[in-house]
Design a protein around this ligand. Structure first.
Ligand code: NAD
Length: 261
């Protein structure tokens, strides 16, 4: 696999925790320059990344706001002069039956999990086209390919991002094989987003955290093991390699067998 991302500029959304932070660490360790946003403990994420590579830029943009997304892309260009790789990772979850689903949460989830990627993609593509090279990786979910009850907004947004991925891939494929767009569809990965769901389950069923974790995995993921965020990062690295130049518009599941059932 010819894989040289040394000095490539990577914009990753939501890299202050979980999957995004792990991808940022793995890419930084390969010599990539990282620009990222995200809430929570940004300082800690910056420190962790700077220990790996000093070319790090944190931008405090809220992905619910289109103008703040423009600022995210503009500041990345100001500092690094180009964007080679865009990883749309940020995402939020809310669990509720559809008839009770709060309108505010619906709008938030569609904004962060879907519309924000439309904005980053429309803003980053011209920079990739200028250099005739680019990789867009959308962190979707198995919920982009199959539904679960009580996750209507998340499932709708994740199905949407796979459609967006395919549309972008088609547009690029007819022009240049140097710019690709693909989605990664993980099953359960142990991150803060999932820990909140395990805690809610343990409280709802009055069972221990460990029992709730086992039940959560057993329902959907035949391996009964969490996906490692580092494995997702390595799949993303592959999609950035020259060997993956003909992988275009894929929705690549990595899910312990979830979707094989
Ligand atoms: P996480 O909660 O650990 O991280 C989410 C990141 O998004 C954080 O950095 C957070 O600050 C950021 N974010 C949220 N709203 C934002 C906003 N409005 N503006 C800017 N940043 C914002 O979650 P994670 O589990 O690492 O999830 C990352 C991605 O992977 C998400 O898109 C999620 O849907 C997807 N995913 C996760 C799993 C899993 O099991 N954890 C499975 C499939 C897909």
């Amino acid at each position: 696999m010819h894989n040289n991302i040394n000095n490539k500029v990577v914009l990753i959304t939501g890299a202050t925790s979980g999957i995004g932070l792990e991808i940022a660490k793995v890419f930084a360790s390969q010599g990539a320059k990282i620009a990222f946003n995200g809430f929570g403990n940004a300082e800690e994420a910056v420190k962790a990344l700077e220990q790996i590579n000093s070319d790090i830029l944190y931008i405090n943009s809220d992905l619910e706001q289109a103008n703040e997304i423009e600022n995210l892309v503009n500041q990345t260009i100001e500092k690094f002069s180009k964007i080679d790789i865009l990883i749309n990772n940020a995402g939020i979850q809310h669990v509720s039956p559809l008839q009770d689903f709060s309108i505010e949460m619906w709008n938030k989830i569609i904004a962060v999990n879907l519309s924000a990627s439309f904005h980053t993609m429309r803003l980053c593509l011209p920079h990739m086209q200028k250099n005739n090279w680019g990789r867009i990786i959308n962190i979707a979910s198995v919920h982009g390919l199959a539904a679960s009850a009580n996750k209507s907004a998340y499932v709708a947004a994740k199905h949407g991002i796979i459609g967006l991925t395919k549309a972008a891939a088609l547009e690029q494929a007819s022009v240049s094989s140097n710019i690709t767009c693909n989605a990664i569809c993980p099953g359960w990965v142990k991150t803060p987003l999932v820990e909140k769901q395990i805690i809610a389950k343990s409280q709802h069923l009055n069972i221990s955290f460990e029992e709730a974790k086992y039940q959560l995995l057993s329902e959907k993921q035949p391996s009964k093991e969490f996906i490692e965020a580092a494995d997702l990062a390595n799949l993303a690295l592959f999609l950035c390699s020259e060997s993956a130049k003909q992988v275009q518009g894929a929705a690549w599941n990595i899910d312990g067998g979830w979707l094989a059932q």
